[in-house]
Write a protein of this length. Structure first.
Length: 335
């Protein structure tokens, strides 16, 4: 990749070792870092190839969403996506401020060698990258011990993958139940990437994720989902919309290590309760939706998905106004 791609993070802390290491990689590969601040945190972010947007600066942006997003919420990251899209970024990489790149970190391409895996319903893709007992944050708890023998795979080939989720070593992106009961350091194996076929559900997150323009409308993080569910529920909607393009999410071996920020695990658990109780239902509702086929329908399909989540009281009515504002801002930024 030779054009200037963008990396997007949101933070409430000053530059740390992980972010310094990330910008060193971005310098090497010609990328730029967009940092979205909040009401807490630094007023500057003095790192090379970095543009920092403090809260008061965000309110001067042309994006209507800047005035509607809640403060003190991870969803302010939506503004970073819009800034990257408006700059013409040919790809967007997103991560969090406690993730550092491994030595092997490098920009990824839209087309990747990968195996296609298919199972109607839920499939724990972590089982392909580790023999440890673990599951992704957002995976239904009643299925973590389910038999996966009915899954089928297709041999490696070159696949187009507009959303690519990298796994993260260290404290893997798992839920609070796993951390409370089993917490330990995890190192995922190096293996061929895996794409999940349409109809195959697995949560993906915002820890180490590449997006390409055809999927940009699907970047929207819901503002009325909890901190621990906003990227997971975003991921369910994005997967469902990808299926209408004949695509699925690609998962690949780690290129990042997480030195996790301090968390209150019981607070995390509380934030994840809506997911424990609702994730399987969300997938079922989205499965039943009739959407329009093709990449040009992505933004309208996004709205349709959120209409369903709001109509089934998984999110409040106010979310729809924000989704429609996102789509309007996205369309302006993309053109």
């Amino acid at each position: 990749m030779t054009d200037a791609f963008c990396c997007v993070v949101t933070t409430i802390q000053p530059p740390n070792t992980a972010m310094r290491q990330l910008t060193e990689k971005l310098e090497t590969h010609g990328g730029r870092l967009i940092v979205i601040g909040d009401k807490k945190g630094p007023q500057g972010f003095d790192l090379p190839r970095t543009v920092f947007h403090p809260l008061n600066g965000q309110l001067k942006m042309a994006h209507e969403l800047a005035h509607k997003l809640p403060t003190g919420h991870y969803a302010r990251k939506n503004l970073g996506y819009l800034e990257a899209i408006g700059s013409g970024s040919p790809a967007i990489f997103e991560t969090d401020d406690d993730n550092a790149p491994l030595e092997t970190w490098t920009p990824r391409d839209l087309e990747q060698p990968a195996e296609m895996w298919r199972r109607q319903g839920w499939f724990n893709v972590y089982a392909l990258f580790s023999t440890d007992f673990l599951w992704p944050r957002g995976f239904p708890l009643d299925l973590v011990r389910a038999d996966s023998s009915t899954v089928s795979s297709r041999p490696e080939s070159s696949l187009t993958a507009p959303i690519q989720q990298g796994l993260v070593n260290g404290s893997a992106d798992v839920d609070a139940v796993w951390r409370l009961l089993l917490d330990r350091q995890i190192e995922f194996s190096q293996r061929t990437a895996v794409m999940l076929a349409p109809g195959t559900w697995c949560p993906f997150n915002s820890q180490c994720t590449w997006w390409w323009p055809v999927a940009y409308p699907l970047l929207y993080l819901p503002c009325f989902a909890s901190f621990r569910m906003t990227d997971i529920w975003r991921g369910f909607v994005a997967q469902r919309c990808l299926w209408e393009m004949g695509q699925g999410v690609l998962f690949h071996s780690p290129q990042m290590f997480q030195d996790r920020n301090v968390h209150d695990l019981m607070r995390d658990f509380q934030d994840e309760v809506p997911g424990y109780l609702g994730n399987a239902r969300i997938a079922r509702l989205l499965d039943e939706l009739r959407l329009e086929a093709g990449p040009d329908a992505a933004a309208d399909n996004l709205i349709r998905c959120y209409e369903t989540l709001v109509g089934n009281q998984l999110l409040p009515e106010q979310e729809l106004d924000l989704v429609k504002t996102w789509v309007s801002d996205y369309r302006k930024a993309a053109h």
